[in-house]
Design a protein around this ligand. Sequence first.
Ligand code: PEP
Ligand code: MN
Length: 372
Amino acid sequence: MWSRYVAPERHYSTTELIKKEEETMLIVMKPNSTPQQIENVIQKIKEAGLAAHLSQGVETTLIGAIGETHDLPTELFEVLDGVDMVKRITQPFKLASRQFDPENSIFPIDGFQVGGNDIVLIAGPCAVESRSQILETAQAVREAGANALRGGVFKPRTSPYSFQGLGEEGLEYLAEAREETGMPIVVEIMSQNQLDLMTKYVDVLQVGARNMQNFNLLRTIGETRKSVLLKRGLSATIEELLMSAEYILAGGNKQVMLCERGIRTFETSTRNTTDINAIPVLKNLTHLPVILDPSHATGHSDYVAAIARAAVAAGADGLIVEVHPDPAHAASDGKQSLKPEKFAEMVKQVKAIAEVMGRRIAPIKKPVIAGW
Ligand code: PEP
Ligand code: MN
């Protein structure tokens, strides 16, 4: 009588499964590698406390190193004789990865949800310049349908002689604009010593492109429970952006939005080159919301609406757009700032695209002040 052999079931917890999948390194040997070279690699894998899995074809030899490989530099194997290349099979980022959390991260920011079906619009000037400028801009972008107000008070300027921002005075004006319009405020933090001041006033901490790899700042922000808008560095890869997000997530702060803001390429006709690819790629790799900044990505107000439309079509969860009542006299980034009426036009267009995508622009919370 036949008795069917049933393999004993092995139950893995989700975390174990992630570890199993993520912590793998693949070592590809050169076609003419010798048995001794292969043996040396296997020995090295074992010395590192990992399991070696050998797979030999006619010409190709692959060796898998399985175990705690995430801290292990690939160079450990790359330097060995007979090794052609070493590849991490799965992402080095964990908490940010979709494998870790297949569902989109959705979190509330005073008045709306980010990361869900609704697309959020963040708008405002590059920098807060005066009380009247920010109040006027706030009202205008709110009327056009913006969900949140942006405005820098500490500006990362290329030149130390350029306008550096109003500091706390600017935060007070932003707080007043929030009172008037009901919009939460998004402000860039440039260093750890601004944290106390910032957390007192702002709803979302923006980490600028130039600070994407300021790991101490990221760690400090990770310890707060403030929402974060993490911008991609000027020359950062998508993986580097995700590793930076990992610093914040590792501290227990899960409210992280990623922001594509254009990268440096050889092209000079625009300030940066919008990496539209980054939107679907990030949506695939991570559960975190993805926002696009068409202002810094293009550097020119004429191109902002087109790229905003493209971003929504590509699956972005939101846009952050620079709007100024008088771009010609803006203290910073006037060239790429939209006049309020142009922003309103852009909102109409992205609304239509959102609809085609089966989404909608997040509805606005009722303004605090009655009468408009
Ligand atoms: C900004 O948002 O005004 C800004 C400085 O952006 P980035 O860090 O993307 O250059
Ligand atoms: Mn700017």
